[in-house]
Design a protein. Structure first.
Length: 279
């Protein structure tokens, strides 16, 4: 669903005319980006593995930028910009899905040739992916364990402690007059979220009278779109890993496909899915 344009006018930054000779490669820092691939083996397929993961991290950087801004906008009751940001993240998820399609061209034999050079490095250690999970509500203090003794640990701790996107959506429901249990609106944001009847009842009212609660109705659908896209990303991850390494243990020590399959069962916005049965 598409939101209307924001009412507030934002000042546009003035161009620096001293940079009139700025070239494309300089603006994008292409020298740094294109020289950031350092294969550890002589196998030509390792470059695919590196670039796939580097580009995914770039898309995740943009996703986090948009998700944080959307969360701030919802907190400020400024929903139209949040709609645009959430829609953009859903499209980013599509790019991440297609990135797995490219990696899936790597055969088990090709991956086996480069696996020893990966050592203990693993996508499980991606701190950006971990923060995306935190922002989207999949939280538990033990999820910080892979990032202990790393420079990013304190920033991830703050992300864990901060309200999620869905926490802010629920608080918005309360501000709009819906009877949300205080145990939900005042809960410890770092702890796992469990479905709550008062939240489900509020969303049910929104869906039964969409014209009366149009902004909340649109927000709900944007969140469902986002989780739908996130599920597809996770599913494509599972199938790609199974296709390439089968059920081997992951390089970072996880159970590989078994772990990824468990993650498919995680529901980010449970009441928004349950309400479809109750309507």
């Amino acid at each position: 669903m598409n939101g209307s344009a924001p009412n507030s006018k934002r000042e546009k930054p003035s161009p620096d005319h001293s940079m009139s000779d700025l070239r494309y490669g300089d603006y994008l820092a292409l020298d740094s980006i294109l020289n950031a691939q350092h294969p550890r083996s002589s196998d030509p397929n390792e470059l695919l593995f590196i670039i796939q993961h580097q580009t995914s991290e770039l898309w995740m950087k943009l996703a986090l930028h948009e998700l944080r801004a959307a969360r701030d906008a919802i907190r400020a009751d400024d929903l139209p910009p949040a709609f645009k940001m959430l829609a953009r993240v859903s499209r980013i998820m599509e790019q991440l899905v297609h990135a797995w399609d490219v990696l899936a061209t790597m055969t088990p034999s090709e991956y086996s040739a480069i696996r020893p050079y990966l050592s203990t490095s693993s996508g499980f250690q991606s701190w950006q992916y971990r923060e995306i999970e935190f922002v989207l509500r999949n939280k538990a203090p033990e999820m910080l364990k892979p990032h202990e003794q790393t420079p990013i640990h304190s920033a991830l701790q703050r992300a864990l402690d901060a309200p999620s996107l869905y926490d802010e959506a629920i608080r918005l429901l309360a501000r709009r007059g819906f009877a949300i249990d205080r145990a939900v609106t005042e809960r410890d944001a770092a702890q796992p979220y469990t479905s709550d009847p008062s939240v489900e009842h509020a969303w049910l009212k929104v869906y039964r009278a969409p014209r009366e609660h149009w902004e909340l109705y649109e927000l709900a659908e944007e969140l469902v779109d986002l989780e739908d896209a996130f599920r597809l990303w996770r599913f494509r991850h599972v199938t790609t890993v199974e296709r390439i390494i089968g059920f081997k243990t992951g390089t970072g020590g996880t159970s590989g496909v078994a772990y990824l399959r468990r993650m498919l069962d995680v529901v980010l916005f449970p009441e928004l899915w349950k309400v479809r049965t109750d309507l």
